[in-house]
Design a protein around this ligand. Structure first.
Ligand code: HEM
Length: 243
């Protein structure tokens, strides 16, 4: 049994993350070549503008702050531990993380119900996109559960998870740091790896090139089909169109 558990741990916390991180750039590039349009964010906000705003804005604000917190623990664990050395600051950080986690969850539920309730959006959503929504929802619920049931995560993230993650980056994987972690935390980590694994197959790939298409696309000129209104410049003679 112990042998089996050890092997399972290696698969989930060593093989899976390497597989996800190594395949991510290759699959993303291959898909960019095959389906460049998938990298253009489909502007679903044109449908039901207000509901889109009420769901997507809280989701983006929430996830941005939560992931910034994760990156802080990863890159400057010492600074985080120094901050947490005063109980009041530790409480403030934990409550902030939890509040933004809940904001993310509220936004996610809004985005998913909006998508499910609108036939146009539903038909534009692929199976992989649904898988992404499901994994993301599970990830956020698991994260909130970790924050609630396995308290003071910001401190033990820095002392236990950060060394494990850096051991992966240093290509000297050491799972001994995480062997004794509660099952909720382990599920949260494994689910994150699954998210990275399916990421290049989903609509989220637009994040990889988000602001750039606008920079490198050919110049476009806009003109009037009918005679231009008085005082407004007429259409240029030769319009350059997008390739
Ligand atoms: C796609 C990736 C991830 C997402 C969307 C995500 C999301 C969340 C959310 C919403 C929370 C609750 C809010 C909070 O307390 O900050 C949370 C907490 C947490 N996450 Fe993640 N997470 C991700 C990846 C990871 C990874 C890779 C690890 C560790 C290897 C991790 C470790 C933790 C820990 C320890 C907490 C508890 C923090 C606390 O109690 O202060 N997460 N996560």
């Amino acid at each position: 049994m112990a042998f089996f558990l050890e092997k399972l741990e290696t698969i989930l916390f060593v093989v899976l993350p390497y597989f996800a991180f190594v395949t991510l750039p290759f699959v993303s590039i291959a898909r960019y070549k095959r389906q460049p349009r998938a990298y253009m964010k489909r502007a679903s906000r044109t449908i039901e503008n207000r509901r889109h705003f009420l769901a997507v804005v809280p989701f983006h604000i929430g996830i941005f702050v939560v992931l910034a917190g994760h990156l802080l623990a990863f890159f400057i664990p010492g600074g985080l531990l120094a901050w947490n050395s005063r109980p009041i600051r530790l409480y403030a950080l934990e409550v902030t993380g939890l509040a933004f986690g809940i904001l993310t969850l509220v936004g996610m539920i809004g985005a998913i119900t909006r998508r499910m309730g609108n036939p146009k959006l539903k038909s534009a959503t692929t199976t992989m996109d649904w898988a992404l929504y499901a994994l993301l929802l599970v990830q956020v619920i698991l994260g909130i559960s970790v924050a609630v049931f396995n308290r003071w995560g910001s401190s033990w993230f820095a002392t236990v998870l950060t060394p494990y993650l850096w051991s992966l980056f240093a290509l000297r994987p050491d799972t001994s740091f995480i062997t004794g972690l509660p099952v909720l935390t382990k599920l949260h980590i494994v689910n994150a790896y699954l998210l990275f694994l399916i990421f290049p197959h989903t609509r989220l790939v637009h994040m990889l090139v988000a602001p750039f298409p606008a920079i490198w696309r050919k110049p476009q000129a806009a003109g009037w089909r009918r005679p231009a209104p008085q005082g407004v410049a007429a259409a240029p003679k030769r319009l350059e169109t997008r390739a």
